[in-house]
Design a protein around this ligand. Structure first.
Ligand code: PMP
Length: 397
């Protein structure tokens, strides 16, 4: 007998979300997630993917995935600690450590899982975490899971971080204190002030934790934000995802060897959930080889980023202060932002609106992520659509 309690709960709450305009209808792609996608039979220039380097559809990656799948099968067969650790997983972890300039690395099933795993394996109720207010949802959930005291820090406000670090340290209430930040913030594309964060951490004896989901493959010649600032030996935890620039799926923590040894015996997503498929692991290895041996894709990405940003600015849009490929076009009003994204879509450009509560009220934006796989023609076409829709909706003069 189906539960009436559940039925009533869902009926009320789904209706409530829909009334508030917070129910997100999800589009289905009928094509690969490349620079051009197909939705409902229509081709659209795709500016909404995190496939920054175009590797998700790269033939070299597909071949690596197919070869490993033929050798190892489609699944790892068990949790890593039972008998699901395949040679290809170990090879991936060795490559990741080398790529990140750390002693060791551990792979998880997703970037989200990394944050659930690593924070709670090290922090507990006697500890405190200083967490930037714009940190990713998975960091917030990882912090909550750990039961440590969470101290929110104003976004990239180093005075606030210093004051709160000092207060936490001098209170004597906590065994361990950690500062956690995104390397690149996903809604505005700004980069964390890592040199200052590391200095404050060293002054007050804090552990440092950087989630570089959007910086890896993009900054620091591909190695990420920590390498970009030359801080590889001064950050304790480097978290990355294998699903964005790397183009596949999974996540990793890179750091000192004894930290990784600890995570292998203490972090629950590693102990109780099956690892990424061998084909995925092999494709990730291929991606790291591609990135380590050539700057071609990164250079192409940055050319496209500059072209799109310059074009949008020239047309007259407010694109905020992004320092990375994440390019918000800030519209402000929530309804107008949603209308803008809808009209872009009708004109052949797929760029999603992001509004409150994901970003503060009145800062609605359409978020664009150019990739190495876009051609100049595609971006020029997207810019002309932007100009047309911007004028039509009265956003541009
Ligand atoms: N951390 C950050 C900062 C992210 O932006 C994301 C992806 N949105 C994740 C973690 C989660 O990564 P994944 O998609 O691999 O789970």
């Amino acid at each position: 007998m189906p539960s009436h309690v559940l039925e009533n709960f869902l009926k009320e709450n789904l209706a409530d979300l829909k009334n508030k305009g917070l129910y997100n209808e999800i589009d289905t792609l009928e094509s690969a997630n490349g620079p051009v996608i197909k939705i409902n039979g229509r081709e659209l220039i795709n500016l909404s993917s995190n496939n920054y380097l175009g590797l998700a559809t790269d033939d070299r990656m597909i071949d690596a995935c197919v070869d490993a799948t033929k050798k190892y099968g489609v699944g790892a067969g068990a949790v890593r600690t039972i008998n699901g650790t395949l040679a290809v997983h170990i090879e991936l972890e060795e490559k990741l450590a080398e790529f990140k300039h750390t002693e060791a690395a551990i792979a998880y099933q997703s970037g989200f899982n990394c944050n659930m795993a690593a924070i709670s394996a090290v922090m507990d109720k006697n500890d405190a975490i200083l967490s930037d207010e714009l940190n990713h949802a998975s960091i917030i959930d990882g912090c909550r899971l750990s039961k440590a005291k969470i101290i929110r820090v104003n976004h990239s406000d180093m005075d606030d971080l210093r004051a709160k670090a000092k207060e936490a340290k001098e209170s004597g209430l906590y065994n361990k204190i950690m500062v956690i930040t995104d390397g690149v913030f996903s809604m505005d594309g700004d980069v964390a002030k890592l040199p200052e964060i590391v200095e404050i951490a060293e002054e007050f004896d804090l552990m440092t934790y950087v989630d570089d989901a959007h910086g890896s493959g993009v900054l620091g010649k591909g190695a990420g934000t920590v390498k970009h600032f030359g801080l590889s030996d001064r950050v304790d935890f480097q978290i990355g995802t294998l699903s964005k620039a790397i183009g596949v799926v999974g996540g990793y923590v890179a750091g000192r060897k004894d930290l990784i040894d600890w995570l292998k015996v203490q972090s629950r997503p590693f102990l109780f959930s099956t690892s990424i498929t061998p084909g995925s692991a092999a494709a990730c290895i291929e991606a790291i080889d591609i990135l380590s041996n050539s700057m071609e894709l990164q250079d192409k990405l940055w050319d496209n980023v500059h072209n799109l940003k310059d074009g949008l600015k020239k047309i007259g849009f407010d694109i905020g202060n992004s320092e990375t490929p994440i390019t918000p076009v800030i519209i402000g009003d929530e309804k107008k932002t949603q209308e803008f994204s809808k009209r872009l879509n009708e004109e052949g450009v797929y760029a999603k609106s992001i509004v409150f509560p994901t970003v503060p009220r009145g800062t609605g934006r359409v978020r664009n992520m150019p990739s190495a796989a876009h051609t100049k023609e595609m971006l020029d076409q997207a810019l002309s659509v932007y100009e047309k829709v911007g004028k039509e909706l009265g956003i541009l003069n």
